[in-house]
Design a protein around this ligand. Structure first.
Ligand SMILES: [Zn+2]
Length: 227
């Protein structure tokens, strides 16, 4: 009887031991698969970050003396601070207010924060003397191009009169700025430079909408500037 009792204890101990070993093994396998999935996620995230950083190597022109950085105050009406993740096009605009300077147009955007009505802004304004003011950082959206605000950089241009034609100084700076942005984002002047008109049908920039040849010529000039 005593031997039988010991046998029962031994057998049940062995069974318990086997069950414990099986549980530990199963758990280890489960954790193992979880860890490998986790590692892969972390790995690809790091890879994506590296790629983004590599893409956003700004052309030297953008940080040269040709561009005055004067960011708007973050506010709901002209600089929402929303991150701009992909840049798929550069949108060209005209200010539509003949004779006004780049500084005056920047002040207009800045003043919108107190108006609680109109929303408007652009990343850059090119002035009548060819001066360039940057109003919004390149990794944030501006309020210029309606449904394309989320994936474009906007450039507003000043003009001397109602025709909306840019003077040579403005045109020259616009070509250089647009070429630098195309290089920075790997964009093609032929298809990735667009007019506000191409998004909404608005007559903006007026001179490039009413003169298709001039618009084509501008894109060619950017192409040449990039070489
Ligand atoms: Zn426009």
């Amino acid at each position: 009887m005593r031997h039988k009792g010991i046998k029962v204890v031994l057998v049940s101990s062995a069974v318990v031991l086997i069950v414990i070993v099986l549980i530990v093994l199963a758990e280890r396998q489960f954790r193992g698969s979880e860890t490998s999935v986790g590692t892969e996620t972390v790995h690809s995230d790091a890879e994506a970050t590296r790629e983004t950083k590599k893409e956003l190597e700004p052309d030297p022109f953008l940080s040269s003396g040709a561009v005055t950085v004067n960011y708007l105050t973050v506010n709901d009406y002209s600089r929402p601070g929303t991150k701009l993740r992909n840049v798929n096009a550069i949108v060209i605009h005209y200010v539509g207010n003949p004779g006004t300077t780049a500084a005056q147009n920047r002040s207009y955007f800045e003043g919108l924060k107190d108006g609680h009505g109109t929303s408007a802004s652009s990343h850059y304004i090119v002035g009548l003397d060819g001066e360039i003011i940057q109003c919004v950082p390149l990794d944030e959206i501006s309020y210029a191009s309606n449904e394309r605000n989320g994936d474009t950089i906007a450039i507003e241009c000043c003009h001397p009169d109602e025709t909306g034609k840019f003077n040579p100084a403005t045109y020259d700076s616009l070509v250089k700025l647009t070429a630098a942005l195309c290089k920075t984002y790997g964009l093609s002047p032929d298809k990735d430079i667009i007019r506000h008109y191409d998004i909404t049908g608005k007559m903006c920039p007026l001179y490039f909408v009413s003169n298709e040849d001039e618009w084509y010529g501008f894109k060619l000039a950017v192409q040449t500037q990039m070489q």
